[in-house]
Design a protein around this ligand. Structure first.
Ligand code: BJW
Ligand code: ZN
Length: 259
């Protein structure tokens, strides 16, 4: 990441009145939460996440899929927000109209102090019945050994005895309407969108930075790798979120950070 580009992006950030921070799995990578396209380990070694995150996979083998999500819930429960999440919360605290839109199903933005991040793909902590859709309780405790993948039979719904499923959005499923509408609305009204740690491959979420660009917002991207959003971004800051985002906040508002 060039010093100058961070300084320039900091100036753009400081000038913006309406900001959207759009995040993906990469913002949680330095907290020890694997990204979606990282290779799986444990019992799931022979799968890829794209095959597990489907209604078909849950129908065929509910214990495999539920076990995978319980392992992920355990991983997140043991993780701590990193300096990238903290910097996002600092941007929110500093800018009157700042909206955090995340594709992540973890709660690390909330735990870093973000007020009401919009979750486009649901949450690991909101299980519901796969038959009647009623919310179900989060299982007590978390699995002991997050490194060791295990199958786990999903609980049964208290109302209809249907299988309880994770409250996340799988491939082929619609995103929660209110969340998607709020994200599109914020993207179409912002003057700067900061996209962090996403490959930009999964739709309709990947439309969010594109909507902002179409409405003439400046798009700044933070990612150590090239992504499908490189062409959409006006500024590409190549580096890990936990380093680049704090540097960006300092470049915008000085060492004192948020007011
Ligand atoms: C770092 C870093 C560091 C690493 N710092 N960065 C148009 C064209 C083609 C296909 C479609 C289309 N529209 C829809 C589709 C189908 C499909 C889709 O998009 N498929 C594509 C793969 C081609 N979309 C859907 O099916 C969606 N539903 C839908 O369209 O419904 C239609 C419908 C309408 C009405 C009724 C019914 C149906 C649903 C998509 C749901 C996605 N769900 C998942 C799983 C959520 C639950 C879970 O977590 O298990 O969401 S998939 C997965 O991808 C997850 C993520 O949120 C999402 C995005 O991934 P993300 O965050 O970008 O992660 P990675 O791993 O891809 O990238 C990590 C990045 O971090 C990398 O760039 C690294 O370099 C970077 N990085 N370290 C900063 N330290
Ligand atoms: Zn039910």
């Amino acid at each position: 990441m060039g010093e100058r580009s961070v300084r320039d992006a900091g100036t753009l950030l400081a000038q913006a009145r309406r900001i959207v921070v759009f995040t993906g799995a990469g913002v949680s990578a330095e907290s020890g939460v694997p990204t979606f396209r990282d290779a799986l380990t444990g019992l799931w070694r022979s799968f890829d996440a794209q095959r597990l995150a489907t209604p078909e996979a849950f129908r065929e083998d509910p214990a495999l899929v539920w076990g995978w999500y319980e392992w992920r819930r355990a991983t997140v429960a043991r993780a701590r927000p990193n300096a990238g999440h903290v910097a996002v919360a600092a941007i929110e605290a500093r800018v009157a109209h700042a909206v955090v839109v995340t594709q992540n199903v973890d709660d690390l933005h909330e735990r870093a102090g973000s007020v009401a991040p919009i979750h486009l793909h649901g949450s690991l902590s909101a299980p519901r019945c796969s038959a009647c859709a009623r919310p179900a309780p989060v299982p007590d405790g978390v699995p002991d050994e997050p490194g060791d993948g295990r199958r786990a039979a999903p609980p049964r719904c208290a109302h209809c005895a249907g299988l309880v499923r994770p409250g996340v959005v799988w491939f082929g499923e619609a995103l929660p309407t209110a969340a998607l509408e709020a994200a599109v609305q914020a993207a179409s009204a912002c003057d700067l969108l900061l996209t962090v740690g996403t490959s930009g491959l999964v739709y309709p979420a990947a439309e969010i930075p594109r909507v902002a660009a179409r409405f003439a917002a400046t798009v700044v991207q933070v990612n150590p790798e090239e992504t499908a959003l490189d062409a959409v971004a006006d500024v590409n800051l190549r580096g890990p979120a936990a380093q680049v985002l704090p540097a960006l906040v300092r470049a915008a508002w000085g060492d004192a950070g948020p007011a």
